[in-house]
Design a binder for this molecule. Structure first.
Ligand code: ADP
Ligand code: MG
Length: 358
């Protein structure tokens, strides 16, 4: 039987953090690096055997797997097998070989790249709709791995388009490409703090619970139904600040789309800076280390800089001119190292294609 090969990219969120599970808006890009999965089916086998160049060891997954049966990195694969079966799609056993250029745990969504590439390879003969693949990947991550993440990562990986950001509306799940005016010599830098994020732990779930509580307090099914100023009606305290982040962040995403369409990169940068302040003060998901990287990038001339991804470490995205990109790349790593942190790594990225069969 022929091999099936599929590729899915990592993603970088330009703006709109923790808005996905609040049915709001986000503006990610798919990256030009990703995860490739080669699937050799064996119709005689009831086991999928997987190896990865990013993780040690070999994983064996029974086709009858259920949550709890496989732990560690194999859980992402087992979750895909399980989610497919739950949705009524069968997959034969066989061998999965995984190679990846997405750094793991840097906030660039190696997990969604893995899930989407695996699902695409396993369903190559079925041609499932992209939205269904996204939901299956999310189900694998939420209910098998146990990470209560929203749909941002999977939709970005599946719908990516070169040189376009993607406006995602998490209520309708519409994905609208928005061209980035690269003719203005704008650069997008991803600064990896090399402090891995750990949002599968309690903090992510706690933020989610606060947002749900704020919506319930307002008598609404989700914060998406709230007016932009509705957070003012909440009593002083944590829930109010959490809701203020989500509602102002949704407004910033829509303003960022207008800024891109008007080629107003100064305004886009300003919105990114405001987003970081909101994540730092209201949503409280940044760290001193990440804040220092953001401040340093701004000092070195970035138009805008903000933490990207779920929080508590991971990466910073900076929007800058070509000259500022050179200065930041040359000077920022040593400045962060001198403050006692790991030396960050910096990549100059452009939006790449979404997941596809090879
Ligand atoms: P990220 O921001 O990179 O998505 P997560 O914590 O959500 O961080 O997911 C990282 C986890 O996903 C890894 O610890 C590993 O279990 C799994 N993973 C991601 N990519 C791969 C890969 N190429 N091979 C094996 N496991 C992977
Ligand atoms: Mg992830």
């Amino acid at each position: 039987m022929n091999d099936r090969r599929a590729y899915a990219p990592g993603r970088l969120n330009l703006i709109g953090e923790h808005t996905d599970y609040n049915l709001g808006y986000a503006l990610p890009i798919a990256l030009q690096f990703g995860t490739t999965v080669t699937f050799r089916a064996d119709p005689e086998s009831t086991v999928l055997t997987a190896v990865s160049d990013s993780e040690d060891g070999r994983v064996d997954i029974g086709l009858d797997t259920s949550p709890g049966a496989v732990e560690g990195w194999g859980a992402y694969l087992a979750g895909c097998v399980w989610a497919l079966r739950e949705a009524g799609h069968t997959t034969p056993g066989g061998r999965l070989e995984i190679t990846s250029t997405v750094p793991v745990g840097s906030g660039l969504s190696s997990s969604a790249a893995l899930e989407c590439a695996v699902l695409l390879a396993l369903t190559a003969d079925h041609d499932l709709p992209r939205h269904e693949l996204a939901r299956l990947a999310q189900r694998a991550e939420n209910d098998y791995v146990g990470a209560p993440t929203g749909l941002l990562d999977q939709l970005a990986s599946l719908f990516g388009e070169p040189d376009n950001a993607l406006l995602i509306d998490f209520r309708s799940l519409d994905v609208t490409p928005v061209p980035i005016p690269f003719d203005q010599s704008v650069r997008i830098l991803v600064i990896d703090s090399r402090a891995p994020h750990r949002h599968a732990a309690g903090e992510y779930a706690a933020r989610r619970a606060s947002c749900e509580a704020a919506a319930a307090h307002l008598g609404l099914p989700s914060l998406r139904e709230a007016t932009p100023d509705a957070w003012r009606e909440l009593p002083e305290g944590t829930e109010k600040r959490r809701a203020r982040h989500i509602l102002t962040e949704n407004a910033r995403v829509l303003a960022a789309v207008d800024a891109l369409r008007g080629a107003d990169l100064v305004q886009l940068g300003r919105l990114m800076n405001e987003s970081h302040t909101s994540m730092r003060d209201d949503f409280e998901i940044t760290t001193d280390h990440i804040d220092l990287i953001v401040e340093t990038a701004s000092e070195l001339g970035a138009l805008g800089a903000r933490m990207t991804g779920g929080g508590f470490g991971g990466s910073v995205v900076a929007l800058c001119s070509a000259d500022d990109a050179r200065r930041i790349t040359a000077d920022l790593p040593a400045m962060i190292e001198r403050a006692g942190h790991p030396t960050p790594t910096i990549r100059d990225v452009r939006p790449g294609a979404g997941a596809h069969l090879l």
